[in-house]
Write a protein that binds this ligand. Structure first.
Ligand code: FDA
Length: 406
């Protein structure tokens, strides 16, 4: 039997949750909307969105259901269990999947207690391992967002933590060497060991098949009870290959998240969309975008039904994190020259600093770190309006007050 819905959201992550909330806000009739997710729980945000936002009387939650075939021309989805779903409008929100070391051919990478981190189930498994390996040794592979956050979390759980990454400094895709120096210093102060400029080439396991050692390319061998890998993700677009236009590794959309196929929208990590501010197509893997793109797509869907129009998506990149009690946020574009200001010593009792990125004489990116949430709005604004800078030394002296006075 085919189950038919007016709207189907495929995926049960951040974008799916916000899209469902927007549908509910705009008005839904019972049974009009289904969310299909291979996860066993309702959409959740890794930070704020709770299940209580959803309206179960209007939304059918089809959980633990993996879609293995999508036929966009026939408007039909088929699950691994053989069920078929049809829709009038499809919102693709399938997000990303982790890159596994076993897929890269790393020897011994399928040993027990090697974890990846994407879904709630991954968090539950890691939590159990932390309890079982109390005060043990953890190795974190990767120095980007997930590696940084999980190293801090493992250290807070009293594990002996070593981070390994090939780059010259942490968060190298965003951080300047100055910002990284603060963070690496702060992690060291908290007891995290950092090994840079090397990669993991293999693992050994004990007689129970549990990871025991991590072998590095430079010949060093680390003992490990737990390994957490954060070596990147890839967008989940395989179901739609050959059926929809793609660009930059994602599904190409317009500024309303419409794809090249009528009545099919793509949001969140999978969408490659026009960034008005920079006049180029981009695909981003940020929570704020997942939420905003989902809202915009649903607004556009509902407006079109009523013969109305909405404003095109006007995205400002926002990235944030919080580790060891220190928040940081970044707005805009991290291109061009940089200037650091404020107190960025890891030894400081209250570090508070920031950085601007300057391109073609304009501030295009703004970063702050510390317990200073009051700077948030001014820093976001400066990255959006991109003011001119006459004197870089003066900008460094002014620091946050430059943004506040814009
Ligand atoms: P998301 O991955 O959230 O959801 C995809 C959903 O689709 C999942 O439920 C998946 O199971 C389902 N799915 C996929 N294929 C399917 C299929 N074939 N059938 C059925 N279901 C299917 N960002 C940021 O800006 N700041 C931050 O601090 C963090 N921190 C952070 C921590 C952790 C642990 C993670 C994993 C990620 C972050 N991020 C982040 C990134 C951010 O969470 C990410 O950009 C959003 O989750 C993307 O939302 P989506 O809805 O696009 O995908």
């Amino acid at each position: 039997m085919v189950k038919t819905f007016k709207y189907i959201i495929l995926g049960g992550g951040v974008a799916a949750g916000y899209a469902a909330r927007e549908f509910a806000k705009q008005g839904l009739k019972p049974g009009e909307l289904a969310i299909i997710s291979k996860e066993a729980v309702a959409p959740y945000e890794r930070t704020v969105l709770s299940k209580s936002y959803l309206h179960p009387e209007c939304i059918e939650l089809i959980l633990s259901t993996e879609i293995v075939k999508a036929d966009l021309a026939a408007k039909s989805l088929t699950s691994a269990g053989g069920e078929t779903f049809s829709y009038q409008i499809l919102l693709i929100a399938t997000g990303s999947t982790v890159i596994r070391l076993s897929d890269l051919g790393v020897q011994g990478a399928d040993a027990k207690n090697i974890f990846y981190f994407r879904e709630i189930d991954d968090a539950d498994k890691l939590y159990e391992a932390i309890k079982a390996k109390k005060n043990g040794k953890a190795v974190v592979v990767g120095g980007e967002h997930i590696g940084m956050e999980l190293s801090a979390m493992l250290r807070c759980n009293n594990l002996d933590v070593t981070m390994v990454y090939p780059e010259p400094w942490c968060m190298s895709r965003l951080f300047t060497s100055d910002i990284a120096a603060f963070n690496e210093g702060y992690y060291a102060k908290k007891g995290v060991n950092i090994m840079k400029r090397t990669v993991v080439v293999g693992f050994t396991a004990n007689s129970d098949g549990e990871v025991k050692e991590v072998k590095l390319k430079d010949g060093r061998v680390l003992e490990a009870d737990i390994v957490v890998v954060g070596d990147g993700i890839r967008p989940q677009t395989a179901l739609f290959k050959g059926q929809v236009e793609e660009e930059k590794g994602g599904i190409k959309t317009d500024g309303f998240f419409k794809t090249s196929v009528p009545n099919v929208y793509a949001v969140g990590d999978v969408a490659t969309f026009p960034v008005k501010l920079y006049n180029e197509l981009r695909r981003v893997e940020y929570a704020e975008h997942a939420c905003q793109s989902a809202r915009k797509a649903v607004e556009a869907i509902k407006a079109a039904e009523e013969g109305k129009t909405v404003e095109e998506y006007d995205y400002l990149p926002v990235l944030y994190s919080h580790q060891f009690g220190h928040a940081w946020e970044f707005y805009g574009d991290n291109v061009g020259d940089t200037v650091l200001f404020g107190d960025s010593s890891p030894e400081s009792s209250i570090p508070k600093f920031g950085s601007y990125w300057i391109k073609d004489g304009k501030v295009v990116g703004a970063f702050w770190q510390g317990r200073i949430e009051e700077e948030r709005d001014a820093m976001a604004y400066v990255a959006r309006v991109r003011p001119s800078v006459q004197n870089v030394d003066e900008l460094a002296r002014e620091g946050f007050s430059f943004a506040r006075k814009i």
